[in-house]
Design a protein around this ligand. Structure first.
Ligand SMILES: NC(=O)c1ccc[n+]([C@@H]2O[C@H](COP(=O)([O-])OP(=O)(O)OC[C@H]3O[C@@H](n4cnc5c(N)ncnc54)[C@H](OP(=O)(O)O)[C@@H]3O)[C@@H](O)[C@H]2O)c1
Length: 278
């Protein structure tokens, strides 16, 4: 694609997106313009992609490109947007890799074409779900580009903005939750295991999990169908399922409450920052 694309913020997400788009030959190195606060991240990027354009600052990225990914933390976003604002044009298209700062707040600084999205690091293996919301200024050409890029490395799901804060628990945050839950599972299992190491148990779990997910997706099985197929009444799986059904709702309710309230807190802080900046 012969289009100049900017990336501001080369952390986990900025690097992953850029790396994947280049790997899939969706973008060309010479058309990429980047900036990051710490130079070390750019140096690391240049080792792999020496032909990328490194800009002096975020403003130079905005002056060079009309298609820009903003991949900074939510509370750094207002300042970055304010900084680049003088260089944004009416047809500049911004793709913001967090939905924690509301579109209505972003538009107080730049009332233009903005897609807010929640990518997932699962896209490192070309899988996972990207959640996104396009604001009213975004035109079909922009939506097509977004789908072309993100659709190559994930399933793209366009939602109402307010629905993303819950759904992101199942997508962007999922690798972290999954790792935390599975870690507890293995820690409990190891106490009952005489000769199998935790590394072996972890491997069994990962292979089973990958297979279980494929089984349910490919055979179109619901969770309930699966429980019924695997757990014979009075059998061992049935006994375990009863315990999880009883104990887990409280854990998941508390986990969701925690993420949703933290999401709101960060959104409010960003809103205040924006009010002070305008
Ligand atoms: N990680 C995930 O799985 C995930 C998933 C979905 C959405 N997100 C969202 O994506 C965004 C990035 O997340 P991340 O995990 O990539 O965070 P990260 O690794 O901390 O990366 C953020 C990057 O932004 C840079 N940055 C901060 N302020 C800047 C500024 N003023 N000018 C230029 N660069 C600046 C940072 O530079 P320094 O190197 O100097 O710190 C850092 O490299 C966040 O909003 C996050 O909520 C993350």
């Amino acid at each position: 694609m012969n289009r100049k694309v900017g990336f501001i913020g080369i952390g986990n997400v900025g690097y992953m997106l850029l790396n994947k788009f280049l790997e899939h030959k969706l973008l060309e190195e010479k058309n990429i313009y980047t900036s990051n606060r710490a130079k070390a991240n750019i140096d690391k990027l240049l080792e792999k992609y020496p032909d990328i354009n490194v800009c002096e600052d975020n403003m130079e990225v905005a002056a060079s490109c009309k298609t820009i990914f903003l991949c900074v933390e939510p509370l750094n976003l207002p300042n970055v947007l304010k900084e680049i604002k003088p260089f944004l044009q009416e047809d500049t298209y911004l793709m913001v890799s967090t939905t924690m700062v509301l579109n209505e707040d972003l538009c107080k600084i730049h009332n233009g074409r903005i897609t807010v999205f929640m990518p997932t690091l699962i896209s490192m293996v070309n899988m996972g779900v990207t959640l996104a919301y396009h604001n009213d200024h975004v035109i079909d050409e922009n939506k097509f580009l977004f789908e072309l890029l993100l659709g190559k490395i994930s399933e793209v799901n366009i939602l109402h903005e307010e629905d993303i804060r819950v759904a992101q628990n199942m997508t962007a945050s999922f690798p972290g939750f999954f790792a935390a839950i599975m870690q507890e599972f293995v820690t409990s299992a190891i106490q009952h295991s005489k000769n199998v190491s935790s590394k072996d148990l972890e491997h069994m779990l990962l292979v089973s999990l990958e297979g279980a997910a494929r089984l349910l997706l490919e055979k179109n099985l619901s969770f309930e169908d699966t429980i019924n197929r695997v757990s014979t009444k009075g059998g061992i799986t049935h006994a375990g399922v009863q315990v999880y059904k009883e104990k887990l709702p409280e854990v998941f309710d508390a986990g969701l409450d925690a993420t949703i309230s933290r999401y709101d807190v960060i959104g409010e802080l960003a809103k205040k920052q924006i009010e002070e900046l305008i």
